[in-house]
Write a protein that binds this ligand. Sequence first.
Ligand SMILES: Nc1ncnc2c1ncn2[C@@H]1O[C@H](COP(=O)(O)OP(=O)(O)OP(=O)(O)O)[C@@H](O)[C@H]1O
Ligand SMILES: [Mg+2]
Length: 307
Amino acid sequence: MECIAIINQKGGVGKTSTTVNLGAALAERGQRVLLIDLDPQGHLTTHLGLDGEAKGAGIYEVLTTDMPLASAIHLRSPNISIVPAQIDLAAAEMELVSVVGREVILRDLIYGAAWPFDIALIDCPPSLGVLTLNALAASTRVLVPLQPHFLALQGVGKLLETVSLVSRRINPGLTVAGMVITMYETGTRLSGEVIDDLSAFLESARNTPVPWSAAKVFDAKIRRNVKLAESPSYGQSIFEYAPRSNGALDYLALAEELAVMLAGNVAADPVDGSETRQSAQAAVANYRAMPTAPTTAADKLPTEALR
Ligand SMILES: Nc1ncnc2c1ncn2[C@@H]1O[C@H](COP(=O)(O)OP(=O)(O)OP(=O)(O)O)[C@@H](O)[C@H]1O
Ligand SMILES: [Mg+2]
């Protein structure tokens, strides 16, 4: 199972919309999708109308008690299952402070069983705390949604450095798949400039030993579309709410581009096979050998290149 963390510590950039609608687009394409809500705001859970069912059997219980992950998986539609979150997840960060191996709880649960899903998408909170670290430790790839305005790149250095740290110390198989431009205003000069800057930065990392050396700005851009903003109030994905909207088209294009990327990599590097399992085992070994758990990034930030 491919596992993708949708992260950006900046709030309101389209993480949840991307998790829900990219997931729904992949499901439209016949993939069996697991969506994990790792945000105490529980927006993914609400977006897909699962609030009521989530009580007592969600990600909080899985991370903080002996509840098996399977007990917290709710079937939403034939191809979409969800691990929901409630506000009580906010307490998890505190409760896990003294737990040894707190960053790898989710990873161990996911790799502890064979799941009937092709892909899992994890919606992260707008922070780089222990919940996001759990997502990064459990994932094979990272997707970064960002809005192309003048502060968009602020914080990307810190984000990438956190990914780099997790990749070095816990999850050597972790790579950044790319940046997804959200709330895109076609034809504005600023959007173009931000995207050019970002592409140049990623280009400068080619053939360097960083987890984003193969990352790209996805060609599929998610245009600003009011239907995407309306659909959460109805508890629906864009494909249920407005299947012919630009929002649906854009997320389908993104799903297509991602599927091509994943298919390309499967041939060279089978992510669902023993290599992933081995690297997870190696990661556990690395983790146990670590003197201290990684909580904050320590190295030099690659921010100069990002201005
Ligand atoms: N392409 C879009 N066009 C119009 N509105 C959008 C689009 N994408 C997201 N939105 C809206 O923008 C708001 C923020 O999006 P979203 O909740 O997905 O961001 P987020 O990064 O998950 O936020 P948070 O950091 O709080 O978790 C929401 O109201 C959402 O409906
Ligand atoms: Mg969100």
